[in-house]
Write a protein that binds this ligand. Structure first.
Ligand code: FAD
Ligand code: N01
Length: 547
């Protein structure tokens, strides 16, 4: 762990400030150094890793295969690093992030334990002034928000929350010390991806677990296993070709998409295909057919198959019925990937409470009270998710020279051009921002693509002698319209998901990521750059701008 040394706050000027030292900020720092730009990174945590620094809950792991959920920029790194499991657990991914930081000597330009509070643009000098909770005040030509899509953890405002006498945890803010649940009665609130990974592990240790579920989730078994040597060798031998293939896919993952409609095959064939996908496990289940996310009828065949599996796994029919999702199409909330999640409800020490039937009325000193009963708990685990995609950005007071804030601009939902920049906020970039494929993809692929695009853009601006770049309002309008139009051709808007902002009361209901696909999106970005940054304005050199 790296502790920020005490000393005077930073002042002065750099070329670029990066906010966040997860996989986005780390790679960007590496690339900007190579470009010769003076760069500083501010990071709230005490070390690198972002998501994998914060989410240390039991069972946390990746659901994109490790051979693919890794950087591709360094051939040596990808050859030398050995992933131990098909799906890497959190400690291994964090070790990987730390290895990358050491290998490329990144930490010397990162100020840890430092939260950026404000970023203000000064047009006359064409600079961002960035201020932190440690009193730093740094000027930078460019500011890049590498703040993460799932980094603003959120605990809903359950009445009486502060009264609970035992320890409480959020999956996204898990302590560094091991949490020992043995002999404890643990209440878990939420049944999203984090809960689905954590519950089986907590249940194996605790005396009793009570799971408070609002919406049941579709989950596919991971069938995680130690990395087979021949599989690793195959990937390493074919990395250049397979990485390039991932860039062209819909979601940045190389797997076999069956290019048939679920409705064009007979029942027996369809079942066989679903059985094979279920046996193989993981996200590729959703690629069993090519229309699962656009046709309700096709989608229903996959949903029905998973429901049947849940009923077959869970012994108690009443519990099985509660665990069975029916209110939204499969895949329109992030599909979950689990290790023994449904079977965990066969354990005698696990109880499922349906809080749609009997809502939580209060958290008490000793547990959770619903309309019907009081559940005594010694510890509470909030697996209640994040203020996704906009939460970390809106937590910073980002203001332009007219005194307008990004928060106000986004009051009715985020607006960006390509998910990279927002009109009215020059020289401010976002990595995997709303309006880009981001959370609908293997994030490593999307992170590298955004970083590479931004680095190329900064190099081009320097070559042209421009002081900066700004998205035009027209380009932003048409991109926002396109993002919406594509989303509404799919079933995604049918679910109350965090993609839609539906998990936060009062958050605008807008489908935030771009669903056009990683490959299509990459092509659009390439074309925009090749056409002289179509849809962007270049800023005049500073002396002229200051006049
Ligand atoms: P983050 O890793 O979120 O890093 C952002 C950093 O910015 C954080 O360290 C944060 O502390 C810092 N920060 C934010 N605001 C400030 C501020 N104001 N000042 C200073 N620092 C700030 N994606 C996949 O593709 N596959 C997966 O299997 C997968 N699994 C996931 C599992 C979990 C539990 C979660 C929560 C997410 C998962 N994701 C997965 C998404 C994951 O977030 C990305 O894959 C990736 O790690 C994001 O990297 P990042 O650097 O963009 O953001
Ligand atoms: O969060 P979530 P998460 N009262 O928002 C419930 C990635 N990830 O941390 O569905 C009662 O999905 C909420 O209920 P409902 C992945 O992208 C990946 O689990 O809103 N309940 C839900 O059950 C994922 O999608 C992995 O009705 C409330 C839960 O809390 C994203 O991170 C692992 C409530 C929140 O689920 C977020 O996942 C972990 C309230 N007021 C995370 N508010 C992998 O497997 C919320 N809930 C790779």
């Amino acid at each position: 762990m790296t502790v920020r040394e005490s000393g005077p706050p930073l002042t002065g000027e750099v070329d670029v400030v990066i906010v966040g030292a997860g996989f986005s900020g780390m790679y960007l720092l590496y690339r900007l150094r190579a470009l010769g730009l003076r760069t500083i990174v501010f990071e709230a945590a005490s070390d690198v890793g972002g998501t994998w620094y914060w989410n240390r809950y039991p069972g946390a792991r990746c659901d994109v295969e490790s051979m693919q959920y890794s950087y591709s920029f360094s051939p040596e790194l990808q050859q030398e690093w050995h992933w131990q499991e098909i799906y890497a657990p959190q400690p291994e991914i964090l070790r990987y992030a730390q290895h990358v930081a050491e290998r490329f000597d990144l930490r010397r330009d990162i100020r840890f334990e430092t939260r950026v509070e404000r970023a203000q643009f000064e047009r006359a000098r064409c600079r961002w002034e960035i201020t932190t909770d440690r009193g730093d005040r740094v000027m930078a030509r460019y500011c890049v928000m590498a703040t993460g899509c799932l980094s603003a953890a959120r605990v809903p405002n359950f009445p009486g929350r502060e009264r609970f006498r035992g320890p409480t945890y959020h999956t996204g803010h898990w302590p560094h010390e091991e949490v020992d649940f043995s002999g404890q009665r643990v209440g878990v609130l939420g049944t999203g991806s984090s809960a689905i990974q954590a519950i089986p592990v907590i249940a194996a240790a605790a005396a009793a677990v009570t799971v408070f579920q609002r919406t049941p989730n579709y989950s596919i078994p991971a069938h995680n296993r130690p990395m087979p040597a021949e599989y690793e060798a195959m990937w390493k031998a074919r990395y250049p070709e397979l990485r390039a293939r991932a860039w062209e896919t819909r979601n940045g993952i190389v797997y076999d998409l069956n290019n048939q409609s679920a409705l064009e095959v007979d029942d027996e064939t369809r079942r066989k295909i679903y059985e094979e996908r279920w046996a193989a496990g993981g996200i590729p289940f959703m690629a069993a057919f090519n229309d699962l996310i656009v046709s309700q009828e096709a989608n229903e065949t996959a949903a029905a198959f998973v429901r049947e599996k849940i009923r077959a796994i869970v012994h108690d029919p009443e519990t099985a019925a509660k665990l069975t999702p029916t209110s939204y199409p499969i895949g329109t909330k992030r599909i979950c990937v689990d290790s023994d999640y449904f079977a965990t409800f066969n354990r005698p020490n696990v109880t499922l409470v349906d809080i749609r039937e009997a809502p939580i009325t209060a958290i008490t000193e000793t547990g959770v009270e619903t309309k019907d009963a009081h559940y005594a708990c010694d510890a509470l685990v909030f697996a209640t998710g994040f203020d996704a995609m906009t939460g970390a950005l809106n937590a910073i007071a980002i203001e332009n020279d007219k005194g307008e804030s990004l928060r106000e601009k986004w009051a009715a939902g985020p607006r960006t051009y390509l998910g990279l920049m927002a009109a009215g906020f020059p020289n401010l970039f976002m990595i995997t921002g709303p309006g880009s494929p981001s959370v609908l993809s293997n994030m490593m692929v999307s992170i590298e693509q955004h970083v590479d695009w931004i680095v190329r853009c900064l190099a081009d601006l320097r070559a042209q002698g421009a002081a900066g770049i700004e998205a035009s309002a027209e380009a932003e309008d048409s991109w926002v319209a396109h993002v919406n139009e594509v989303a509404h051709k799919t079933l995604y808007p049918a679910a109350n998901s965090w993609y839609m902002g539906a998990n936060i009361p009062g958050k605008p209901r807008v489908f935030m990521p771009y669903i056009g696909g990683v490959g299509v999106y990459r092509e659009i970005c390439e074309k925009v750059a090749a056409n002289g940054y179509e849809g962007f304005h270049m800023l005049a050199p500073v002396a002229a701008a200051a006049e």
